[in-house]
Design a protein around this ligand. Sequence first.
Ligand code: NAD
Length: 435
Amino acid sequence: MKNIAVVGVGYVGLVTGVCLSDLGNRVVCVDINEEKIEKLNLGKMPIYEPGLEDLVERNVRAGRLSFTTSYPECLREAEFVFIAVGTPEGVDGEADLRYVRMAARSIAEEMDHPLIIVNKATVPVGTGDWVADIIRQYRNGEVEFAVVSNPEFLREGSAIADFLAPDRVVLGSLDREAAEKVAQLYLPLRTTIMITDLRTAEMIKYASNAFLATRISFINEIANICEALGADVKEVATGMGYDARIGHGYLDPGVGYGGSCFPKDVKALSYMAEIKGRHPQLLRAVMDINDDQRRQIVRKLDQALGGLRGRTIGLLGLAFKPNTDDMREAPAAYIARMLESAGARVRGYDPVAGAVAGRVVPKVDLASDAYDLAEGCDALVVVTEWNEFKNLDLARIRDLMAGNVIIDGRNIYEPEQLKELGFYYRGTGRGYESA
Ligand code: NAD
């Protein structure tokens, strides 16, 4: 059993804290957001993540997990402190490190015994050294510390399973002994633990996310070519994926990647390259294709409806992906704004992200379920592939709608079946669609 502090109880911090406590450690989490801490102390989750509530409850009850707004309380017994604060997009795509700076400074000012500072946030290469400088500047006296980079690879929607069964754990530090101590925390997970230097560990995270985003933009480009040439991208991706050199993951065409990571991380990596005089042309193409993919949806609607002004469009799914309520960089928000500015009325339904969406896209009229959404719509767009959309009573949906257009941004329906039901159906990259 180790004593661990976690700074920031967002998607990464809360999952890290609860999973490390579930592995038998004593974890105290701190956040500057009083409302979040208050909620957690009342047993309420500030975010939606499958399985989270039960796991938090179990570990709080066992006395291994607690939440506070006080840094001294959080650090009192800690041997390790994980930094899991946000690193949002800043000016020109550069990562905004203000929360990391604040967290590092608070840790430095309050630490009174040796600490291993483990950075879980996705931070530009070189940030570990910069954090060490901040700690040296603000610490009281000569309290010893080490900085370890430990980038997180979990996916929202399956965050707990991903944390507890990762493909690998990456650790980077100039202090090998400190990295090995952090490695001990992960031994129960029985996974590959890679120890490297600080900058390389930071780069592994950006390179991994940029590569996954590249796969998505690649298959979206292939989807667009399929539409022009009469091929079915779903089958194409399946056929490609059987090749062991390629694999099946991240080859689903759609409405473009979104969320709190890929968009900002590709931009930040591109920015890092540019300020060093490099020309990240592939990363730029990945971002361009992604932007265009959202516009494609609007173009398809415009074509199908013969104009958007005065039309009512329903968005099936608002979160950036299923099983989360996260609306950061959600394609639905971009599509809604484009439709609104083209004069359409936009309605939306999401099984869990409705409340968050109400703040992000306030003009979108929220429906209580998919059938309520369909009522009076000229067209529906599948934006997020929630399971509950896959088995809708489509004949009922058709009868409720004013029009018959379905634009399937996630290819969850079978084109023939929908055409038989009387829909005008367009998927993504499935046969001659641009005609
Ligand atoms: P988040 O915005 O959900 O949570 C960040 C939390 O940090 C918030 O609760 C905020 O109040 C708190 N915070 C900010 N400043 C603080 C301070 N000085 N002291 C204490 N708390 C503070 O962010 P997230 O999605 O969990 O992402 C955190 C980091 O992990 C980012 O760098 C992100 O890129 C990376 N990451 C995220 C994911 C993901 O799926 N969300 C996956 C892998 C990596």
